[in-house]
Design a binder for this molecule. Structure first.
Ligand SMILES: Nc1nc2c(ncn2[C@@H]2O[C@H](COP(=O)(O)OP(=O)(O)OP(=O)(O)O)[C@@H](O)[C@H]2O)c(=O)[nH]1
Ligand SMILES: [Mg+2]
Length: 436
């Protein structure tokens, strides 16, 4: 996500770091470079202008020329101003009304229908009962698409669509009352351009049903087009927030960085893929720390906490240091890592890694192979790796896991090395505490 922007900004920071003290010219040059990177990332030029002016005034106010660590002052100023550029009011969803109605609006193909399912699944996890309501009468296939989306995401689907969206919603509200459904997500029609007919249709729904949330769904890959159409929707409807989709593409970041300032609406969610769980609540400070290569340690910790209990982690640490870490533990670790999602997503969240690590997908493949190899060991072998100093066992594991003898030997030697390293630490008087 926003990798290009991230690596360019990091290069600028690295240049200042290498300088030590900075001169007035260095600051000017740095501001020019940041300006260029933002413009190249398709951020609106007026927003860039204000942003640079604010960062520069902040940096100079901190007496950056006398500082021994000027890069800290500059990074902090960029960080703070970017967070404020991405913040506007409250980015939580506010449910109100019975049922609470969440209306999704946006141009054609931006991801409304897909997002309706993702949001419904997310709301259901928060103990709500969500029904998806088809309000797109324009495109004949839209009904079926939403129906399938509902099935995929475990949402209830409202099947009695009428020719008139107003009647559809009124029937859906009645059904919600009958079936104890507390949340409706309206999947509205898209258009290639903003037009009267669509806006009238949406305005009528807004006036009549007063949705708790009207969320504009914008395709971040379209950059400034997403921003200008958001502005168009905002003029006709009381948008309460923005959802940016397709943040997984190699888009430049312009949409994310301009849309809040342009519309005055908070971004509430970002979507990073087609899969139903590729939706995240939006936290400006987290996105900025990802862009600035400081990692997203909070998201990482949250993810890890969901999966590993504290006791389990401590237990594992003890085993490692006492040299009792066998293949059974190894396998458990691999399973935990896989549960956290693709390896490259995890690596990016680690501070300092973001801009440096280019993952190729090989890691993922290797992890799968290692898992297959350990799975092909007997429980006895896993618990007692010494047994693996045996050619026929190694051969059996290689054919059982569909890998090679060399690969099996490699995994065994890696495990040995790890144990050796840990016992070295132990002998030098290190213990788990030194690493906390
Ligand atoms: N990569 C990626 N693709 C997405 C994301 N969200 C949606 N898509 C894809 O974008 C395409 C359009 O999505 P839809 O949900 O049909 O868009 P829509 O706004 O409902 O389109 P209309 O109903 O025609 O206006 C589909 O192929 C989706 O799979 C995302 O976050 N990442
Ligand atoms: Mg749709």
């Amino acid at each position: 996500m926003l990798d290009g922007l991230s690596s360019k900004i990091n290069k600028i920071f690295q240049n200042i770091k290498n300088k030590g003290r900075v001169t007035d010219d260095d600051i000017k040059q740095t501001m020019r470079e940041i300006r260029l990177v933002l413009l190249e990332s398709d951020v609106n030029y007026l927003i860039v202008k204000d942003f640079i002016a604010e960062v520069e005034s902040e940096v100079r106010g901190q007496d950056v020329l006398k500082s021994l660590k000027p890069e800290h002052i500059i990074i902090k100023a960029v960080n703070d101003k970017m967070v404020s550029m991405l913040s506007s009011g409250d980015s939580r969803v506010h449910f109100k009304g019975n049922p609470s109605i969440v209306m999704l609006v946006g141009l054609q193909g931006t991801g409304k229908t897909t997002t309706a399912g993702k949001l419904g699944a997310l709301f259901n996890k928060q103990n709500r009962r969500t029904m998806l309501v088809p309000c797109d009468v324009k495109r004949p296939a839209a009904y079926e698409q939403l129906k399938q989306t509902a099935e995929k995401t475990g949402c209830i689907f409202f099947g009695q669509m009428s020719e008139d969206p107003e009647k559809t919603v009124s029937d859906a509200v009645r059904e919600a009352h009958d079936k104890n459904i507390d949340t409706l997500i309206l999947d509205t029609a898209g258009r290639l351009h903003i037009d009267e007919e669509l806006m009238n249709e949406l305005s009528i729904l807004e006036k009549k049903y007063k949705p708790a949330e009207i969320l504009y769904v914008g395709d971040s890959m379209t950059g400034q087009d997403a921003v200008s159409s958001a502005k168009g929707f905002k003029e006709k409807l009381s948008l309460t927030g923005i959802i940016l989709t397709k943040m997984d593409g190699d888009q430049k970041g312009g949409a994310a960085l301009s849309i809040v300032k342009t519309t005055g609406c908070p971004i509430k969610f970002i979507c990073t893929g087609e899969h139903p769980d590729k939706i995240e609540e939006f936290h400006p400070e987290r996105l900025v720390s990802r862009i600035l290569g400081m990692g997203d340690i909070l998201s990482l910790v949250e993810k890890a906490e969901e999966l590993v209990s504290k006791e389990k982690a401590e237990d594992l640490e003890k085993k490692l240091f006492e040299g009792r870490f066998d293949f059974e533990d190894y396998l458990n670790q691999i399973k935990q890592i896989k549960k956290m999602g693709p390896l490259r997503d995890i690596l990016k969240m680690i501070p300092g890694m973001g801009s440096k690590i280019k993952t190729t997908g090989d890691e993922e493949e290797n992890l799968k192979k290692v898992e297959a190899i350990i799975s092909s060991m007997t429980l006895k072998e896993r618990r007692n790796p010494v047994l693996l100093n045996n050619r026929s066992r190694v051969k059996r594991i290689a054919s059982g896991s569909g890998t090679s003898v060399a690969m099996v030997k490699y995994v065994i030697s890696q495990h040995k090395n790890m144990k050796k390293m840990m016992s070295m630490f132990k002998n030098k008087g290190f213990g788990p505490k030194n690493f906390m």
